[in-house]
Design a protein around this ligand. Structure first.
Ligand code: IPM
Ligand code: MG
Length: 372
C-alpha cells in the first residue's frame, strides 16, 4: 500500500488544469501516494442538488488529507436556476462546498502564506513575506442567516436589544440577517496558531485585525483573547489594527507585517489583498487545517473561461502542494519543492500569461519538476 492516501478533488473550471500540474510535480518527486478521486463542485450541484455529495465526504474520511482544485460558487438564486429541471423547486439550497468542507471536517485554521519570490515581476514590492491565519469555521461565514427574518427571531432580538426596534417598520419580509458568531475557543485557537507560527519561524510580531471599535462584542472578544494569548509569548509583539486601516497600511508599508490573524471574513478579504502584493492569485496557496485532517487548496477561484486550456498559473497550486507535504511531515520534499519554484520564478524563462509569458500551466509545472 502507498504511504499516503490523498483525496483528489479537482472541482470546477481550471481546478482540473492545476491538479494535473500538481500531479506532474508529485510524480516527479516520486511521492508515494494513492490519489482517490472525489466528486465535488458545480456539476454535482446541477445534477444532484448537492455540490459535496455524501460519498465524497465518506471517501475523504478514509484518507490522510485532501488536495482541492477550485470551485465555482454563486449566490443562492443564481445557483437554484441552474439545477436540473427535475430538481427545481424541491428545496435544494446551494452552499459553497469548500465552506461546507471547512465546517464538516472542523478545519478551523486557514493558513495563507503570501511571499514575494525574488524575480517575480508582479511583486508589488520585493521582500514581502506575510502569513495570514484566517479563522475558518465561524465568524461572519458561520452560515447562520435569515431571509426573510422569522418573527420569532425578530422578537427575541427585539426583547434583548434596544437597537432592534427601529427595524420593525421595514417589515420582516424586507429584512435579511447574517450573524457573526465568534467563540472564545475559536479566537483563542486561531491566535495561538499564529503565535506558535511566529515563535517557530522567528517572527517578531503578530497583528490581530478586526474592528472592535464598532463590532464591540465580537471584535472585542477577539482582541481580549489575543491579549491573553500574547502574554504567553513575551518575545513576540502583538499589534492590534482595524480592518479598514490595515488594508491601507498593507499597501503603504507591507514590510511591517509578518503574521496576521483575523476572523473568517476579514481573513478572506485580507488574504486576497496580500495575494495581490505578491503576484496575484496565481501565486497564492492555502491550507485548511483541523486537528487531524486538512484540505489544501490554492486561494484562486475556478476561472471558468480558462477551463481546460492549461493557461492559468499553476504556481499557487504547486505551492499548495508544498504546504501539503509540510503538513504530512515530508519537510525535505516540501523545501525542495519550494526551492524549485523559487528558481523557476527567478530565472523567469517559463511563465504563464499573467506573468507576461506564453507558457502553458503544464510547461511551468514541468519546469518546476525539472528543478527537483
Ligand atoms: C476563499 C474563497 C471562498 C471563501 C469562497 C469561494 C466561498 O473566497 O477561499 O477565500 O470565501 O472562503
Ligand atoms: Mg476568498
Amino acid at each position: 500500500m502507498s504511504k499516503y492516501q490523498i483525496a483528489w478533488l479537482p472541482g470546477d473550471g481550471v481546478g482540473n488544469d492545476v491538479m494535473d500540474c500538481a500531479r506532474l510535480v508529485l510524480d516527479a518527486m516520486k511521492f508515494n501516494a494513492e490519489y482517490i478521486h472525489g466528486d465535488i463542485g458545480w456539476e454535482f450541484w446541477k445534477s444532484e442538488g448537492d455540490a459535496l455529495p455524501e460519498r465524497t465526504k465518506e471517501m475523504m474520511r478514509r484518507t490522510d488529507c485532501a488536495l482541492f482544485g477550485a470551485i465555482t460558487s454563486k449566490p443562492k438564486e443564481e445557483a437554484a436556476k441552474e439545477l436540473a429541471p427535475g430538481l427545481q423547486d424541491k428545496g435544494y439550497v446551494y452552499f459553497s462546498p469548500i465552506v461546507q468542507l471547512r465546517q464538516e471536517f472542523n478545519l478551523h485554521t486557514n493558513l495563507r502564506p503570501c511571499k514575494a519570490y525574488a524575480g517575480n515581476p508582479l511583486n508589488y514590492k520585493d521582500g514581502i513575506d506575510i502569513v495570514i491565519f484566517r479563522e475558518n469555521t465561524e465568524g461572519m461565514y458561520s452560515g447562520v442567516e435569515f431571509f426573510p427574518l422569522p418573527q420569532e427571531v425578530f422578537d427575541v432580538l427585539d426583547r434583548n436589544h434596544p437597537k432592534m426596534g427601529k427595524f420593525r417598520k421595514f417589515g420582516l419580509e424586507n429584512i435579511a440577517l447574517s450573524t457573526r458568531i465568534m467563540t472564545r475557543q475559536g479566537c483563542e485557537n486561531i491566535v495561538t496558531q499564529a503565535f506558535e507560527y511566529a515563535k517557530k519561524f522567528g517572527r517578531k510580531s503578530v497583528t490581530v485585525v478586526d474592528k472592535p471599535n464598532v463590532l464591540r462584542e465580537t471584535g472585542g472578544l477577539m482582541l481580549r483573547t489575543a491579549r491573553e494569548v500574547a502574554k504567553q509569548y513575551p518575545d513576540i509583539e502583538l499589534w492590534e489594527t482595524n480592518i479598514d486601516a490595515q488594508c491601507m497600511w498593507l499597501l503603504k508599508n507591507p514590510h511591517d507585517y509578518e503574521v496576521i490573524v483575523a476572523e473568517n471574513m476579514f481573513g478572506d478579504i485580507l488574504s486576497d489583498l496580500c495575494a495581490q502584493l505578491v503576484g496575484g492569485l496565481g501565486f497564492a496557496c492555502s491550507a485548511n487545517i483541523g486537528n487531524d485532517y486538512a484540505v489544501f487548496e490554492p486561494t484562486h477561484g475556478s476561472a471558468p473561461k480558462y477551463a481546460g486550456q492549461y493557461k492559468v498559473n499553476p504556481m499557487a497550486m504547486i505551492l499548495t502542494v508544498r504546504m501539503m507535504l509540510d503538513w504530512l511531515g515530508e519537510t525535505e520534499k516540501a523545501s525542495g519543492l519550494e526551492q524549485a519554484v523559487a528558481q523557476v520564478i527567478s530565472e523567469g524563462k517559463v511563465r504563464t500569461y499573467d506573468v507576461g509569458g506564453e507558457n502553458t500551466s503544464l510547461e511551468v509545472a514541468e519546469a518546476v519538476a525539472g528543478k527537483i
